[in-house]
Design a binder for this molecule. Structure first.
Ligand SMILES: [Zn+2]
Length: 108
């Protein structure tokens, strides 16, 4: 066993961040219980530069973090004017899942 110490940086959902000089806010909201089970876990509003995440009952921390990264990826594609990628949910999901894995497994 190695005695070399490594540590992982705990990833936390930010309240606010910047992309390309623009400030983005993150809001975690409760949602009414009658919202359908297929409802989105979050949304990105490019008009207000806000990412909203919905705190469903029993939603896991991991699920909330992944939802944040999914919406962040939409925001980045929007910010760099890549409309094809912005609208491509499969690409957004794949990109954000890889980003999540990176953030959760990196050692510094
Ligand atoms: Zn999406």
């Amino acid at each position: 066993m190695s005695t070399k110490k490594s540590c992982t940086i705990p990833f936390k959902i930010p309240k606010r961040f910047m992309l390309g000089g623009t400030v983005y806010d993150v809001v975690i909201k409760s949602i009414p219980e009658d919202v359908s089970a297929n409802a989105e876990l979050g949304c990105y509003d490019f008009l207000t530069n806000t990412i909203e995440l919905y705190r469903y009952n029993n939603i896991s921390k991991q699920c909330l973090e992944q939802s944040f990264l999914h919406e962040l990826t939409h925001a980045i594609f929007c910010h760099i004017n890549d409309k094809e990628s912005y609208d491509n949910e499969t690409k957004v999901d794949m990109f954000s899942h890889h980003l999540y894995e990176f953030l959760k497994t990196m050692e510094v």
